[in-house]
Design a protein around this ligand. Structure first.
Ligand SMILES: [Ca+2]
Ligand SMILES: [Ca+2]
Ligand SMILES: [Ca+2]
Ligand SMILES: [Ca+2]
Length: 633
C-alpha cells in the first residue's frame, strides 16, 4: 500500500507510554516512545512517526521502525483520529477509509480495488490483485473473475466470527448506509507489514477493519491449516471484537487494557487451535536451577515446542509485579490470561456480563459488577488468580510458563523487599503480585519470617504456600497487623518442607504501592559433621581444611583419627556466621605427628557447614582438592 493504514496501532502505543509509564522495553514502537519520553520529539511528531511506522516503516530511520509485530493498531489509529490537526499532510490519509475518493493514498492512484461479499452478506471485503505498492492479496492471479483464496478465507472467517457474536448475544454493528458501497460492514486488505490489523472509525462514526494482505513473515502459530490462515482467524476475531466492544460502549482510554485482554481472549474462544496468544502469555523454559526465573543457558520453547534461539523474550508471566491494567503496547495482550481465568472459572458469559456493565462504569467497576453477578468479589478472586498462574491451572496451562519469582532465597539470614524505583515501581502495586521462594537448606530445622510493610494498607494480602518434601502444598494466609504494618511466621518444623513460597498481593484497583520487607532467619539446631577422608603426612606435604559457615556463629571441633579409627587429638576453633577460613592441619595440631592414612572430622552444633580439603607439596608441584562429606543429624 502507499502509506496509509495506521490509526489503530498508533493510538495504542501512545496511550501506553503516557497512561501508565510502564516498561516499554517490549513495545514494538519503543524507539518512538523513548524519544518522546526523553523530550527529543513532541507528542505530535511521535504520533506522525507511529502512523508512518505502521504504514510505511521503510521511510523511517531504523531507530523508529517497529521492532516486532504489532498485534492491533486500533488504539494508535484512534489517537490519530482524535488529533487530526496534529497529522502531517502525508499522514492525513488515515482520516479516510482506504477507498474514499478524497484519499487515493491507501491503495495508490490507478490501482484497481475489487470487492467480494461474504457468503452471509454481513461483510464486504475490499482488496487488490495489483501489486504496484505491495498490496496484492495472497493468491492473486491478476484475473478479477477468480477470487483469491486469501479473500474467500477472510470472508468465511468473518462470517464465523459474526455468528459467534450473535450466539453470545453480543451487539452487532448496524448497517453503515452506503459506506464502502453499501450497508455491509467493510473490511480492507492492505499490506501492513508489521501490524496484523486495526479497527478504525470514519468521520461519520462508522467503524471499519483493515487487515494485512497476506500475513507473510508473521510469527508462527499452531493452526494445522497453516500460519497465514491462523492469522486470518485470530485477526478477524480480535478486530471484530473491537467493533462489538464499541457497540457496548465507545472505547474509553482507561478501559483499553481490558478491551485488548478480551480481544485476544476471543481469538482463542472462537479458534482454539491457533494459539497465537501463547506469544503474549510467555515462553516455557527448563528451570534447571529451580529459581523461578529463566537464566542464560536454560532451554526455552516456542509455542510449537521447538527450542528457541538466543535470549528468551520476556512476556506477561515474567512481570507479575505489573498491575493488571498496565497499558504499554504488549502487557495488555498477555492479559488474555486474566480474561481466561475469569471465563474458565465463572463461565464464558462472565465476559459478556462485564462488557455490558461497562456502560455504567470503567473496566474495574464493570469487572466488579460482573463478578458480583456470579457471587464473588474481586478482592477474593485475585489471590485465586495468582495461585492458578503459579500452578498453571488452566485448560491449556501446560503451554504456559509459571510467573517469574522476584527472588529465591537459599541461605539465611536473608532480607528481601519491594522494589523502589520511582516512578515505575513504588512497592507492591495495585492488583499485582510478587512471588518470593524461601528454600529450606539441609540442616535447617526452623525458619522464621518477619514481614514489615507500610502501615494502614489493608489491601495487602499475603499467602504462604508450604511445599512439603513429598510435593504436597499447604496454603496459609499470613495474619497481618495492619495498624502496625507487621506479620510473622515461625516454621518450627522446616525440615518437613522443601520451600515456602510467599505471595504478596495488593488486592486494590486504585491504591498506591505498598513498601515491604521480609527478614528470614534459619535456625540450625542439629549437629553438622564434615568428614575429610584424607591426610597427606610426611615432611614435604601440607594439608588444609577450608570451611564455610552458612549458619550461626559456631564453635567447630576438629577430631583427628588414625587409619584404624582411633581419635588421636581434638581442638576447637570459632567460625562466625558466613565466615570462610582455611585451617592448616599442622597449625591445628602442632604437637602431634600427623598419622599416615588418617582422617579428620569437623563438628558443630546449631549451624550449617560446607567445606573441602586440599593437600599438596610445599613446592606446589602437586596439589589436590576433595569435597568434605557432609552428614546432618
Ligand atoms: Ca459498508
Ligand atoms: Ca503483508
Ligand atoms: Ca487454544
Ligand atoms: Ca532458572
Amino acid at each position: 500500500m502507499g502509506k496509509k493504514v495506521f490509526l489503530f496501532c498508533l493510538i495504542f502505543s501512545l496511550l501506553a507510554g503516557l497512561v501508565h509509564g510502564a516498561d516499554n522495553s517490549l513495545n514494538p514502537l519503543r524507539g518512538i516512545e523513548e524519544a518522546l519520553s526523553k523530550g527529543e520529539i513532541s507528542y505530535a511528531e511521535a504520533l506522525n512517526l507511529k502512523v508512518t511506522a505502521i504504514f510505511a516503516p521503510e521511510k523511517l530511520p531504523p531507530r523508529f521502525r517497529p521492532r516486532g509485530h504489532i498485534k492491533s493498531a486500533t488504539f494508535t489509529l484512534l489517537e490519530a483520529l482524535k488529533n487530526p490537526e496534529m497529522l502531517t499532510q502525508e499522514n492525513r490519509f488515515v482520516l479516510h477509509r482506504p477507498t474514499d475518493p478524497e484519499d487515493e493514498d491507501y491503495y495508490g492512484s490507478g490501482v484497481t480495488v475489487l470487492t467480494y461479499d461474504s457468503p452471509s452478506g454481513h461483510f464486504k471485503i475490499h482488496y487488490t490483485e495489483d501489486d504496484t505498492h505491495g498490496d496484492a492479496v495472497a493468491g492473486s492471479d491478476g484475473d478479477p473473475d477468480t477470487i483469491p483464496w486469501f479473500v474467500s478465507e477472510v470472508a468465511q472467517r468473518l462470517d464465523e466470527v459474526w455468528s459467534w457474536m450473535e450466539e453470545h448475544d453480543y451487539p452487532l454493528p448496524p448497517p453503515d448506509g452506503t459506506k464502502g458501497g453499501d450497508g455491509k460492514f467493510d473490511v480492507y486488505l492492505l499490506d501492513l507489514e508489521w501490524a496484523y490489523g486495526y479497527t478504525a472509525l470514519d468521520q461519520d462514526g462508522y467503524l471499519y477493519i483493515v487487515m494485512d494482505n497476506d500475513f507473510v513473515g508473521f510469527p508462527l502459530n499452531l493452526d494445522p491449516a497453516g500460519q497465514q490462515i491462523g492469522d486470518i482467524k485470530v485477526t478477524a476475531a480480535h478486530e471484530f471484537l473491537h467493533v462489538v466492544q464499541w457497540q457496548f460502549k465507545p472505547w474509553h482510554e482507561e478501559d483499553i487494557w481490558w478491551l485488548e485482554n478480551t480481544a485476544v481472549w476471543v481469538e482463542d474462544e472462537i479458534y482454539d487451535e491457533v494459539n497465537d496468544y501463547l506469544h503474549y502469555v510467555g515462553y516455557r523454559y527448563d528451570d534447571l536451577n529451580d529459581n523461578g526465573r529463566w537464566d542464560p543457558g536454560e532451554t526455552w520453547y516456542q509455542p510449537d515446542g521447538t527450542p528457541g534461539s538466543g535470549p528468551r523474550p520476556s512476556r506477561w508471566m515474567d512481570y507479575p509485579e505489573l498491575p493488571l491494567d498496565t497499558l504499554n503496547g504488549w502487557y495488555e495482550y498477555g492479559g488474555v490470561i486474566w480474561a481466561k481465568f475469569l471465563s474458565e472459572g465463572f463461565g464464558t458469559d462472565v465476559i459478556g456480563d462485564i462488557m455490558e456493565a461497562l456502560a455504567s462504569g470503567d473496566a474495574w467497576q464493570a469487572i466488579e459488577e460482573g463478578l458480583g453477578m456470579h457471587g464473588v468479589e474481586l478482592e477474593g478472586v485475585l489471590p485465586v488468580f495468582r495461585q492458578k498462574n503459579l500452578w498453571r491451572d488452566y485448560r491449556e496451562g501446560e503451554s504456559y510458563p509459571p510467573p517469574r519469582f522476584k527472588a529465591t532465597v537459599t541461605s539465611y539470614p536473608a532480607s528481601v523487599g519491594s522494589s523502589f524505583f520511582p516512578p515505575y515501581a513504588m512497592g507492591l502495586r495495585h492488583t499485582s503480585c510478587e512471588y518470593i521462594a524461601f528454600e529450606v537448606p539441609a540442616g535447617v530445622d526452623a525458619l522464621s519470617f518477619e514481614l514489615q510493610f507500610s502501615p494502614g494498607h489493608t489491601e495487602l494480602e499475603v499467602l504462604v504456600l508450604l511445599i512439603s518434601t513429598n510435593g504436597t502444598c499447604r496454603v496459609e494466609e499470613l495474619p497481618l497487623d495492619y495498624s502496625a504494618g507487621h506479620g510473622s511466621l515461625d516454621l518450627t518444623d522446616a525440615s518437613l518442607y522443601q520451600r515456602a513460597i510467599f505471595m504478596l498481593m495488593n488486592t486494590a484497583v486504585d491504591s498506591g504501592g505498598i513498601s515491604y520487607s521480609i527478614q528470614a532467619e534459619g535456625l540450625y539446631q542439629g549437629l553438622t559433621e564434615l568428614l575429610f577422608p584424607h591426610i597427606a603426612s610426611g615432611e614435604q606435604w601440607w594439608t588444609a581444611l577450608v570451611l564455610l559457615n552458612l549458619g550461626n556463629d559456631a564453635d567447630i571441633t576438629f577430631h583427628l583419627y588414625d587409619k584404624d579409627g582411633h581419635e588421636i587429638a581434638s581442638c576447637t576453633r570459632q567460625l562466625r556466621s558466613f565466615q570462610k577460613k582455611v585451617f592448616f592441619l599442622r597449625s591445628l595440631f602442632p604437637e602431634v605427628t600427623l598419622p599416615e592414612d588418617g582422617w579428620v572430622k569437623a563438628t558443630a552444633n546449631g549451624t550449617h557447614l560446607l567445606g573441602f580439603e586440599a593437600w599438596g607439596t610445599h613446592d606446589l608441584e602437586a596439589i589436590t582438592t576433595l569435597w568434605a562429606i557432609e552428614r546432618n543429624k
